[in-house]
Design a binder for this molecule. Structure first.
Ligand SMILES: N[C@@H](CCC(=O)N[C@@H](CS)C(=O)NCC(=O)O)C(=O)O
Length: 233
C-alpha cells in the first residue's frame, strides 16, 4: 500500500477533511501541509490548476486536485472499497457526494448572508436539502447506506461539523424532527477518522473566521458573546 502521500490542506477546508477522513479510514499514513489561502505560495500556485485545496501528492510526484477525484483515487488504490460495487448505487453515491458539495455552498451562503432576509433564505434552502436527505438515507442507519461507512459519509461529516459551531450561536431549526439525520450526525461525530480530520483548535479557528466575515452571523455571534464579556469586565 502506498504510504507516501502528502495532502495539501487548509485547517478549515471541508473538502480537505473528506480526503483526510478517507485516508484515515484506509489506515494510510500521510503528511499534511497546511497553506495560507490568503497568501498562496508560488509552489502551490504552480501545481494547483484551480488554486484550491485539497491537493494530493502521490508517490510518483503527481499532484491530484478536486476532492472527488482524490477520494476516488484513494478508494481505488488503498484497502477495502468504500464505494458500493453495484454501478447504480455507486452512481447514486457520487451524486450525493455532489449533493454534499451543494450543501457546503449553501453553508457559505448562510455565513456570508449580509442581513436577516438573506440569512433566512439560505437557512430554508439548507433545511429543505436536509429534509430530502432524511428521507433518502438508510432507515436503519447509522450511516448513509446502513452500517457500512462510505464516501458519502466522508463528504457529509464536514458538513455536520459546521453545525457544532452554528448551534452555539443560534437555533437554526436545521435538524428538528429529522431523526435519521440526527442519528447519522451523531454516528459521524463519534467516528475516529472524522474526529482526527481537524486539529483540536478547529472550533476556535472557525469562530475566528466567522467573526471576521462581517456578515449577519457575525452579528449574532457578537450578541451571544456579549453577556460573557460583560461578566468578565
Ligand atoms: N471543488 C473543489 C472545492 C475545493 C475548495 O473550494 N477549496 C477551497 C477551500 S475549502 C479553496 O481552496 N479555496 C481557495 C480559493 O478559491 O482561492 C473540491 O472538491 O476539491
Amino acid at each position: 500500500m502506498n504510504t507516501d502521500f502528502t495532502l495539501i490542506s487548509h485547517t478549515l477546508c471541508p473538502y480537505v477533511q473528506r480526503a483526510a477522513i478517507v485516508l484515515a479510514e484506509k489506515k494510510v499514513p500521510f503528511e499534511r501541509i497546511n497553506i495560507d489561502l490568503g497568501n498562496k505560495p508560488d509552489w502551490f500556485r504552480a501545481v494547483s490548476p484551480l488554486g484550491k485545496v485539497p491537493l494530493l501528492k502521490t508517490e510518483d510526484g503527481t499532484y491530484l486536485f478536486e476532492s472527488a477525484a482524490i477520494v476516488e483515487f484513494i478508494d481505488e488504490v488503498c484497502g477495502k472499497r468504500l464505494h458500493p460495487d453495484d454501478p447504480v448505487e455507486r452512481a447514486s453515491h457520487r451524486a450525493y457526494v455532489e449533493f454534499a458539495s451543494q450543501i457546503l455552498n449553501g453553508i457559505g451562503a448562510l455565513y456570508n448572508a449580509a442581513g436577516a432576509c438573506e440569512f433566512e433564505t439560505a437557512r430554508q434552502a439548507l433545511r429543505s436539502k436536509f429534509e430530502h436527505l432524511d428521507r433518502r438515507i438508510d432507515k436503519e442507519g447509522p450511516f448513509f447506506a446502513g452500517d457500512t461507512f462510505s464516501l458519502v459519509d466522508a463528504a457529509f461529516a464536514p458538513v455536520f461539523r459546521y453545525f457544532d459551531v452554528f448551534d452555539t450561536v443560534t437555533d437554526l431549526d436545521m435538524f428538528n424532527n429529522l431523526e435519521r439525520l440526527k442519528r447519522w450526525r451523531r454516528a459521524l461525530a463519534k467516528r475516529t477518522s472524522v474526529m482526527n480530520a481537524v486539529t483540536d483548535d478547529y472550533e476556535e479557528l472557525l469562530r475566528a473566521f466567522l467573526l471576521k466575515r462581517g456578515s449577519w452571523i457575525t452579528g449574532l455571534m457578537q450578541e451571544t458573546d456579549r453577556p460573557a464579556q460583560a461578566q468578565t469586565a
